[in-house]
Design a protein around this ligand. Structure first.
Ligand SMILES: C[S@@+](CC[C@H](N)C(=O)[O-])C[C@H]1O[C@@H](n2cnc3c(N)ncnc32)[C@H](O)[C@@H]1O
Length: 306
């Protein structure tokens, strides 16, 4: 569930019928994205509190933030949270995938913020011109799915109202969830999977329309977009062992996707280890072993409009 995984921040190897401009089947990933965002909700709560403080410092109190955008909202876990954290504001979930927007809408209703949550279907980058202006634009694990990341930030920055913020969630530290040596196969399996994921990620980006290589220095990119960098912070998700069933199940889904996606690159020993981890009945499998934990960091970069 790392920054590049097909699962991690929701990157899917979702081969098959792709809906977006990359080769990811976001609709098929819906449940996974939702569970992953729920697992990491603590980071988003802390980040939202930080954004409220930044708005105050900038002289634009959170209570006068009237419109927020959650760009690439997916199933809307962050959209509903932003609506709770900014109780006066309208929050718009923007995504290219209607089925995910439908989930965002249902979640907002369930969480009692439905009257202030709107949805906007927009395929990016074409749809940038239709977003309207906002006091806060939040975009989590989305910009890297757009070919020209700097142009994406430029467009988003242009939609931020004076004194408002653009908050870009990108990278951080990929989750760790198993010890280095798990007593099966060659130690260091997660590090090898991470290396394969990085290559997959580069390939995913290279295939995007209008792909432009950029030094991924997010504060510098925000400054080039005309914003004043307002700080970058990383938030830890730290769930110690033993994990509950739902998180194990999420990790099992992730590992099975990796097993499938990297079939050609993995050696025989690592494939055997993965099969053992995926075995739902074995005590050494991820569903039962006592040493499975979840530790990840999520980084949020902010820029302020003047
Ligand atoms: C990794 S998910 C992130 C979901 C959510 N923001 C989160 O952090 O949990 C990426 C989301 O961006 C959307 N997306 C990806 N590329 C897009 C594009 N070119 N235009 C519009 N939406 C896009 C996908 O449909 C998906 O919902």
């Amino acid at each position: 569930m790392g920054a590049g995984t097909h699962t991690g921040h929701g990157h899917g190897h979702g081969h098959g019928h792709a809906h977006g401009e990359d080769d990811v089947d976001w609709e098929a990933m819906a449940e996974f994205l939702e569970q992953e965002a729920e697992l990491r909700i603590g980071f988003a709560e802390e980040a939202a509190a930080w954004l409220r403080g930044l708005l105050l410092e900038g002289g634009c109190g959170p209570e006068i933030a009237a419109r927020l955008l959650d760009v690439g909202s997916g199933p809307g876990v962050h959209t509903a949270l932003l609506a709770r954290e900014f109780p006066q504001a309208e929050v718009v979930a923007v995504d290219g995938e209607p089925a995910l927007l439908e989930r965002a809408r249902s979640r907002a209703e369930r969480e009692g913020v439905g009257s202030r949550v709107k949805t906007l279907e927009a395929q990016l980058p074409e749809g940038f011109g239709h977003l309207g202006s906002a006091d806060v634009i939040w975009t989590s694990h989305v910009v890297h799915h757009i070919g020209d990341q700097q142009a994406a930030l430029d467009a988003l920055a242009a939609s931020v109202r004076p004194g408002g913020l653009l908050a870009v969630v990108e990278r951080g530290l990929s989750p760790r969830y198993l010890p280095r040596d798990i007593g099966l196969g060659r130690p260091g399996l997660l590090a090898r999977l991470e290396a394969l994921t990085q290559d997959w990620f580069s390939g995913m980006r290279a295939a995007l329309p209008g792909h432009t290589r950029t030094v991924e220095d997010w504060p510098a990119m925000l400054a080039r977009a005309g914003l004043s960098p307002a700080g970058s912070r990383s938030f830890l998700t730290d769930v110690p062992a033993p994990l509950e069933h739902a998180v194990r199940s999420q990790l099992r889904t992730h590992l099975s996707r990796e097993r499938e996606a990297f079939d050609e690159q993995l050696d025989a020993e690592d494939k055997r280890t993965l099969e053992a981890l995926l075995d739902e009945d074995a005590p050494t499998g991820i569903m039962h072993r006592p040493d499975v934990f979840y530790l990840a960091a999520t980084t949020v970069h902010t820029g302020r409009a003047s």
